[in-house]
Design a protein around this ligand. Structure first.
Ligand code: ATP
Length: 510
């Protein structure tokens, strides 16, 4: 299946089964905004729980907060967002489509990178077991030429973006002969800067002084509370503050489902460290975060690190964890060494000291910060897209299955009486009543067992429990496994332990 078709199928599956709906759909939707349905919100909550437990509850030195979306407007002056939270935009005059100029160039680089990968694949085919990939990459003339090209483009891109040289960015697009993916034309407008923050007015009086912003990241809510948390929680450096919450960005291009939305949710953690130790902690968090992802079992080959070409104004090191989405490898999470930039800026703009007295070295200082920042909606898409499969079955039928990590599945178990009579529904309810305290269960008595299994496969329920006439005699049920489709007869008394073993978050957290 083509990757884009795959995305279309996932979008329609997500809608059909109540995971994700276009927002205000009866009014034809609102671009780049989505609503999570009855199953989507369960999946989202489970992802949040996995993140929160692993970041906050598994680390004695990390605590969580929940700060307001609205913040004093000076926050965004201090953070640099009012002046510098811009994206360079460019329009194609023929298709009238708008693009982010840096993304056009990055996509161009990705194409060259794919050429290199193809060359390496060819080498592997030719030399088989004797193939030495590292040597091949270091010596093959085609690979070297393309790698050199990438470096040149990246250097130019970094230089122009860092110097806010919009004409230079435009010239790069022209020199690379980048064409509009839609119209194929190279008829571009000039490049302009576009601020991504949404603003609104506070109270009933409008005017410059009452202008406030919807936060474009949750991080600043953590920075302004740094001392509150440190003092009230008697936190000792190094320590972290985590938060999950909504963020808003007026994205220029927003047409990749929940990958890029104008209202989205972030899970961020700021880790405060001694100055000079930040790069050690940066490596530490890169390692912890990639392990968190891989533990889910979505496939190690779906992740890669990508170091930033252009560092943000506040960072001295930054890397993205990219995931192989249906649109290809794209940013899922950022790990940034933010230096002491944010706290220092807030000190300057607020006139309040934001320092820490370190008893071990007898010094006052403004801590350095390592940030881990992951988009909850992108994580949702990563989980959904890598779990969605259609499988050919023996009897010439097909099933759509969501092989979600069991701990994240919206329902852990479906309870099914074989028929709607003979006391089977009553027995099924009794079993469900015992399980529902610990597991999200769905009761399902409609249609044939085959149809019911298909429905549960399509929403990723790890187990189906079938109650039949034998259940009434010997208190046993059949348990069907979503992935193997195997059915086992087990005692009702064993059910709780069997389900818990499979769906508990503990496996992921250990
Ligand atoms: P991109 O380069 O894709 O615009 P970014 O580098 O601006 O992303 P950050 O500012 O580092 O993103 O935000 C941290 C995380 O928040 C990202 O890794 C991503 O998962 C998520 N995120 C950012 N913008 C959006 C958005 N518009 N919709 C959904 N998630 C987003």
């Amino acid at each position: 299946m083509q990757k884009e078709d795959n995305l279309k199928e996932i979008i329609s599956h997500a809608k059909e089964y109540g995971f994700v709906f276009p927002s205000s759909e009866i009014y034809d939707g609102l671009s780049a905004t989505y609503d999570y349905g009855q199953l989507g919100s369960e999946l989202k909550n489970n992802i949040k729980a996995y993140w929160w437990k692993s970041m906050v509850q598994m680390h004695e030195n990390i605590v969580g907060i929940d700060s307001a979306i609205f913040m004093h407007p000076t926050t965004w002056k201090a953070s640099g967002h009012v002046d510098a939270f811009n994206d360079p935009l460019i329009d194609n005059k023929d298709s009238k489509k708008r693009y982010r100029a840096d993304v056009l160039i990055e996509d161009h680089i990705e194409k060259i990178r794919q050429k290199i990968d193809k060359e390496v694949e060819k080498g592997l085919k030719r030399f088989g077991d004797a193939f030495n990939e590292a040597e091949f990459r270091a010596t093959n003339p085609n690979v070297l030429r393309n790698a050199e090209k990438i470096k040149e483009i990246e250097d130019r891109m970094r230089e122009t973006l860092e110097n806010n040289d919009l004409e230079g960015v435009y010239q790069l697009i022209i020199d690379l002969e980048i064409s509009c993916p839609l119209s194929g034309s190279k008829n571009w407008t000039e490049v302009r800067q576009f601020n991504l923050m949404f603003s609104t007015e506070l109270g009933s009086v409008s005017g410059e002084s009452a202008k406030i912003y919807l936060r474009p990241e949750t991080a600043q809510g953590i920075f302004v509370n740094f001392l509150n948390v440190q003092k009230s929680g008697r936190m000792k450096i190094p320590f972290g503050i985590a938060q999950i919450g909504k963020a808003f960005r007026n994205e220029i291009v927003a047409r990749q489902f929940i990958f890029r939305m104008r209202e989205f949710e972030q899970m961020e953690m700021q880790f405060f460290v001694r100055p000079g130790e930040e790069l050690k902690w940066y490596e530490y968090w890169k390692d912890i975060r990639i392990k968190w992802h891989k533990k889910l079992g979505l496939g190690d080959e779906n992740y890669r690190f990508h170091d930033h070409i252009k560092l943000a104004h506040y960072a001295n090191a930054a890397s993205d964890i990219e995931f192989d989405f249906p649109m290809g490898f794209k940013e899922l999470e950022g790990i940034h060494s933010r230096t002491d930039f944010d706290l220092k800026q807030h000190e300057e703009f607020s006139g309040k000291k934001l320092q820490y007295f370190d008893p071990e070295i007898n010094e006052n200082y403004v801590p350095y910060v390592i940030e881990t920042s992951i988009g909850l909606d992108r994580m949702f898409l990563a989980v959904l897209s890598s779990s969605y499969k259609t499988e050919q079955l023996e009897n010439d039928t097909e099933r759509a299955v969501l092989s979600l990590p069991p701990a994240l599945a919206p329902y852990k178990v479906a309870i099914m009486p074989l028929t709607r009579k003979d006391g089977l529904p009553e027995k099924a309810r009794e079993i469900m009543d015992a399980l529902k305290f610990d597991f999200n269960c769905q009761y399902d008595e409609k249609d044939s067992p085959g149809k019911r299994y298909r429905r549960q496969d399509a929403i990723g329920t790890p187990y189906c429990v079938m109650i039949d006439h034998q259940t009434l005699e010997d208190n046993t049920v059949t348990v069907r496994d979503r992935d193997t489709m195997k059915q086992d007869r087990v005692s009702v008394d064993a059910l709780h332990a069997i389900i818990a073993e499979k769906v508990s978050l503990t496996h992921l957290l250990k």
